[in-house]
Design a protein around this ligand. Structure first.
Ligand code: BJ8
Length: 438
């Protein structure tokens, strides 16, 4: 896992040395190797040890084994052919605009601790793990996505990110910061449209390609297809027995941000065909009747698999993620009926304005959505996942818990970070919660 190997097809293994590419990107080779070793071990222990996995997960195993190898090589080839790479930290950055201007959007690594001591020279200790991680990957020079990006997009969402981007601007020379509204009114929708138009102009300037009605329509269709495929996978998780583990479904949602969109769509649809057969045959990743849990809260970026691992090791199955690496980020499609760039930009604004991130105030849609998901996915309980020091989601976890309790749906509020120091304590709490659901 995470080695210099390309598996062309089963049984046909070719070794490629990516070191020159990583060197060219300016990665710290020793730090990068240490990171890959940790990731490889974690992936083997957490993912490959699972029982009853769908065969189609072989594709995601392959993607993960090549996440810093073949995928980066593809991006470098795109760059050599004149295409630009844009990195993003948030689902508010519209992939439709990026694709329409002939660029590629990639999610930037922020799911693991790295170079924490150095990071704390730039950020206060009480900053959430996600923000610290994004700095750690930059300062440690271990993220080939970040280093290959021609433009890095930050967004003014929570206070932590807002202020962190001011500092990040001193560490990189290609940061673009997008302003986002924090309330939802007609006026703020107009602000979002103005920001997206500004972003379109910046991307067009970067690529030298003007967005046309044709290119925007085709980009909307491509991103919609990707979202529809991952949503199809989500819907299949409603079955009992669940045809796929929460860990595997989380991985598919994480790969959503890295993979080539067309290939991702095809691979997810293929795995969905397999899951439909499993449902007919009542073959599950977990036995029928296993306690079913919905996870709601902060996004879980690669390789943050901690909560899913702990929960599923205890015998419960996670059936959905109300998260930006999950349904919050993917559930809505962009209307593709517009015929002009302006009409399609309006459709894009409409679509993204529905994202119920906790940075919005008030944010009642999120409470409704969590309850809808509980019903739709037949979840018996909800684990609210909050990263330490994340005020928006930790604040919202209290009304979420209250709303669920009023409906007699048990809710466990978890506040954690990327470290494993609290794994034992977390395991005890999750174990007790699962007992309550049985
Ligand atoms: S749309 S959830 S991806 S902002 S965990 S950095 S909120 S202190 S990540 Fe997010 Fe966009 Fe919203 Fe989604 Fe701040 Fe909280 Fe840290 Fe967070």
């Amino acid at each position: 896992m995470f080695s210099n190997q390309i598996i062309l097809k089963i049984g046909d293994v070719m070794t490629i040395d990516y070191t020159p590419m990583w060197q060219e990107l300016g990665l710290d080779l020793a730090g990068h190797e240490a990171l890959l070793n940790v990731l490889g071990t974690a992936y083997t222990d957490i993912y490959l040890s699972q029982k009853n996995r769908p065969e189609g997960m072989g594709y995601f195993d392959f993607v993960m084994s090549e996440v810093h190898g073949l995928r980066i090589k593809e991006l470098m080839d795109e760059k050599a052919a004149g295409r630009k790479i844009i990195g993003s930290y948030c689902v508010f950055v519209p992939e439709e605009i990026v694709l329409a201007a002939n660029a590629t959007l990639v999610g930037l690594c922020s799911g693991a601790d790295f170079a924490v001591e150095k990071v704390e020279q730039f950020l206060p200790r009480n900053t959430c793990s996600l923000i610290k991680s994004s700095f750690g990957f930059k300062i440690g020079k271990v993220c080939p996505y970040l280093e290959s990006a021609d433009m890095i997009v930050g967004e003014n969402t929570c206070d932590g990110k807002k202020k962190a981007y001011e500092t990040l601007g001193g560490l990189v020379d290609n940061l673009y910061v997008m302003d986002l509204p924090q309330t939802k009114t007609d006026q703020t929708k107009a602000i979002l449209k103005a920001e997206y138009l500004k972003f379109k102009t910046a991307v067009e300037k970067l690529t030298g390609v003007t967005v046309t009605p044709e290119s925007l329509k085709s980009a909307i269709e491509e991103v919609n297809a990707k979202r529809a495929a991952i949503h199809r996978l989500s819907v299949l998780r409603k079955a009992d027995p669940a045809p796929i583990s929460g860990l595997d479904a989380l991985l598919a949602n994480q790969v959503f941000f890295y993979d080539n969109p067309a290939r991702f769509t095809e691979s997810v649809n293929k795995i969905c065909d397999e899951l439909e057969t499993r449902i007919q045959e009542k073959t599950g990743a977990f036995p029928a009747g296993a306690p079913r849990i919905l996870v709601a809260g902060c996004p879980q970026a690669v390789p943050n698999w901690k909560l899913h691992m702990i929960t599923e090791t205890e015998g419960a199955v996670i059936v959905g993620e109300e998260s930006c690496v999950g349904e919050r980020g993917t559930r809505n499609l962009t209307a593709d009926t517009g015929t002009t760039v302006d009409a399609m930009m309006d459709a894009i604004v409409d679509r993204y304005f529905e994202v119920d991130c906790a940075i919005f105030t008030p944010n009642p849609q999120r409470l409704d959505h969590i309850q809808e998901m509980v019903t739709d996915y037949n979840a018996q309980g909800v684990i609210h996942y909050g990263l330490q020091f994340c005020q928006p989601y930790l604040m919202e976890s209290i009304p979420v818990e209250k709303a669920l309790e009023e409906r007699n749906i048990p809710c466990l509020r978890v506040e954690t970070d990327y470290g494993m120091e609290d794994a034992g304590q977390l395991k005890t709490r999750v174990e007790a919660f699962i007992e309550q659901l049985r």
